[in-house]
Design a protein around this ligand. Structure first.
Ligand SMILES: Nc1nc2c(ncn2[C@@H]2O[C@H](COP(=O)(O)OP(=O)(O)OP(=O)(O)O)[C@@H](O)[C@H]2O)c(=O)[nH]1
Ligand SMILES: [Mg+2]
Length: 298
C-alpha cells in the first residue's frame, strides 16, 4: 500500500528518468556516441555526479569485456542500490521532550512538514507540542495553528514579531510541564546567505541548550525537491552552519526532479529522514532508499 503510494507519487520522476535513458538505447549498440548520450541523460536526471560516474564506469567496464547490456534500467538500479550504504536512521527519541527544530528556505514546506510530523507522532501514541517560532508573519502563526488542530497537538505562540528564541524557550518549558514527548519548532523561511537569519537560528539553539544541553535533539532541514540541483546546493550551504541532523525532501509528488533525492543520499553526510509526497497530513513517509530506487526503476 505504502509502496504503491510512493510509486504513484514518483511517477513523473520515473517517466523523466526512464524516458531519458531508454531513448538513448532504443536502437543502437554501445559505442562512444551512445556512452556520451547516456552520460548526458544521467547528468540531466538530477541523480548527481557521483552516481552518474559510477554508472558510467560500470557500463564502460562491461563494454570493454564485450558483455552485452540487455537491460540498462536493471543495471542502473543495481548500481544505485549497491551505493546506498547509508541506512535510513529514523528519528530516535532520546529525550522527553524530544525537541525537533525545523529549518529551511522560504516556501520549502517547513510548516506543512511540521503539521505532518505532528500527525506521524500522534499516530505513534506520542504527545506532541508545536511552537510557532516563525514570528515574521501573522499568517504563518495561523497556518501552523490550523495544523496543530488537525492532529490535536498542543500549540504555543507569541505575538507577531516577537523574539523567535523566546517562543522556542516557552515551547520547551510548556512541553516539559505538560509531559509532551515531542516538541516541534517552526522557524521563519530564511535565506542561507543571510548571516543575520543564520544567527537567529543559532540563537534559538543556544536558548534551547540552556534548558537542556542536548536540545535541539534534531534539526531537520526541509528542502523542495522541485528545485532539483538547488536543493542539493541548499543542503550543502545549510549543513555548514545550522547543525542540521536530517533532511526532509518535500513536494516529490508532481515533480520530475525527484532524482535529486538520490544525489542528496550519495553526496551528503546528513541522511534524508522523511519525504513529502502531498499536501495532506498523511503525505509524509519515512525515507527508505531501497523502496525509493525500486519505485523508480522497477
Ligand atoms: N504537493 C506538495 N506540496 C507541498 C508539500 N509540502 C508542502 N507543500 C506546499 O508547499 C507550499 C509551502 O509550504 P509551507 O509549509 O507553507 O512552506 P514553509 O517552508 O513553511 O514556507 P515559509 O513559512 O514561507 O517559509 C504550501 O502550499 C504547501 O501545501 C508536498 O510534499 N507536496
Ligand atoms: Mg512556514
Amino acid at each position: 500500500m505504502l509502496f504503491k503510494k510512493l510509486v504513484s507519487a514518483l511517477s513523473k520522476t520515473k517517466d523523466s528518468i526512464i524516458n531519458k535513458i531508454t531513448s538513448v538505447f532504443s536502437s543502437e549498440k554501445f559505442d562512444e556516441t551512445t556512452l556520451e548520450k547516456l552520460e548526458e541523460a544521467l547528468y540531466t536526471s538530477d541523480i548527481g555526479v557521483k552516481t552518474t560516474e559510477k554508472i558510467l564506469d560500470e557500463v564502460r567496464a562491461k563494454v570493454k569485456r564485450g558483455e552485452e547490456i540487455s537491460n540498462i534500467k536493471e543495471l542502473i538500479k543495481n548500481v544505485i542500490l549497491s551505493m546506498l550504504e547509508k541506512k535510513n536512521e529514523n528519528i530516535k527519541i532520546t529525550s522527553k521532550p524530544h525537541v525537533i527544530l525545523v529549518v529551511g528556505v522560504n516556501g520549502n514546506g517547513k510548516t506543512t512538514t511540521i503539521g505532518k510530523l505532528a500527525y506521524y507522532y500522534k499516530n505513534k501514541g506520542l504527545k506532541v507540542l508545536i511552537g510557532a517560532a516563525d514570528t515574521f508573519r501573522a499568517a504563518a502563526i495561523e497556518q501552523l495553528e490550523e495544523w496543530a488542530k488537525r492532529s490535536s497537538a498542543d500549540f504555543i505562540k507569541n505575538a507577531m514579531n516577537s523574539d523567535p528564541a523566546a517562543v522556542a524557550y516557552d515551547s520547551y518549558k510548556a512541553g516539559e510541564a505538560r509531559g509532551a514527548d515531542i516538541v516541534l519548532i517552526d522557524t521563519a523561511g530564511r535565506l542561507h546567505n543571510k548571516v543575520n537569519l543564520m544567527n537567529e537560528l543559532e540563537k534559538i539553539s543556544r536558548v534551547l541548550k540552556k534548558l537542556n544541553p542536548s536540545a535541539p535533539h534534531e534539526v531537520l532541514l526541509v528542502l523542495d525537491a522541485t528545485t532539483g540541483q538547488n536543493a542539493l546546493n541548499q543542503a550543502k550551504q545549510f549543513s555548514k552552519t545550522s547543525g542540521v541532523t536530517g533532511i526532509v525532501l518535500t513536494k516529490l509528488d508532481g515533480t520530475a526532479k525527484g532524482g535529486v533525492t538520490i544525489a542528496i543520499n550519495q553526496e551528503m553526510e546528513i541522511p534524508v529522514k522523511f519525504i513529502g509526497i502531498g499536501e495532506k497530513k498523511e503525505d509524509l513517509e519515512e525515507f527508505d532508499p531501497e523502496s525509493f530506487v525500486r519505485s523508480i526503476f522497477e
